[in-house]
Ligand binder design. Structure first.
Ligand code: ATP
Ligand code: MG
Length: 218
């Protein structure tokens, strides 16, 4: 089983939105997916209730229980765990960073978000965690100087995963129904983005070092 975590203390950058749609896209591409909601806000636990289907298991967990939970998911044959974390530094995001094979740091193309991303990156570097940045909520006219600045800054900071994710109503509309964008509008541009993102994450995971000492010790 591989574990990916959406982390950044910057609230509203799109952790829960992308985590849910990516979970659905990966599920459609034959992964056995469990989403772990580590945010007391419970965005994805609520998403699961609205979803009214158990095809993707969503489990709420705090930091202390995480290693044992991951071990049990592995035993149950899950192939992918997606961790959603709170928009604040603390035990939950630290625990997620510790166990993730790959950390995804979503950032909007604004200086405040980019600066916040640098802090998350520093925390990950300190523990030797693997990470990529994801530029989310880009304006529809992609080639703006602001997006270009974001792309360059994040590339310099250690790697930007493709594709860029644009601001699209499909992301908001799908969350309202407990769906992913690939279910709401399978042929839409947002669906294309999420399938592309899963392919990129998969390629990246194939290269990432396996990071499971905490889990094995549990
Ligand atoms: N690509 C996108 N297009 C349109 N809306 C988006 C997109 N990404 C996120 N949003 C919207 O931005 C808001 C914040 O997103 P989300 O709740 O996923 O962020 P978060 O990082 O999980 O925040 P928190 O740290 O508070 O948990 C939501 O209203 C969501 O619908
Ligand atoms: Mg959230």
């Amino acid at each position: 089983m591989r574990t990916i975590a959406f982390v950044t203390q910057k609230g509203g950058s799109g952790k829960s939105t992308i985590a849910s749609s990516l979970a659905v896209a990966a599920h459609e591409m034959k992964e056995k997916v469990c989403v772990i909601d580590m945010d007391p806000q419970g965005s994805l636990a609520n998403w699961a209730k609205t979803r009214a289907s158990s095809d993707i298991e969503v489990i709420a967990s705090g930091a202390a229980r995480l290693p044992a939970l991951l071990s049990s998911l592995e035993r149950r044959g899950f192939t992918l765990a997606i961790l959603d974390t709170p928009g604040a530094e603390g035990a939950a995001s630290s625990a997620a960073m510790q166990v993730a094979d790959l950390n995804i740091i979503p950032s909007r193309p604004s200086m405040f978000d980019l600066w916040a991303s640098a802090r998350t990156r520093a925390a990950l570097k300190e523990i030797g965690g693997d990470f990529v940045f994801l530029l989310n909520q880009c304006p529809p006219a992609q080639q703006t100087a602001r997006v270009q600045d974001g792309v360059e800054t994040l590339e310099e900071m250690g790697g930007l995963i493709s594709p860029l994710i644009l601001t699209r109503v499909d992301y908001q509309e799908s969350a309202r129904h407990g769906w992913g964008v690939t279910e709401l509008n399978p042929y839409g541009a947002a669906a294309e983005e999420m399938r592309g993102l899963w392919q990129s994450v998969k390629r990246r995971l194939a290269r990432a070092k396996v990071r499971q000492p905490a889990r094995k010790a549990a």
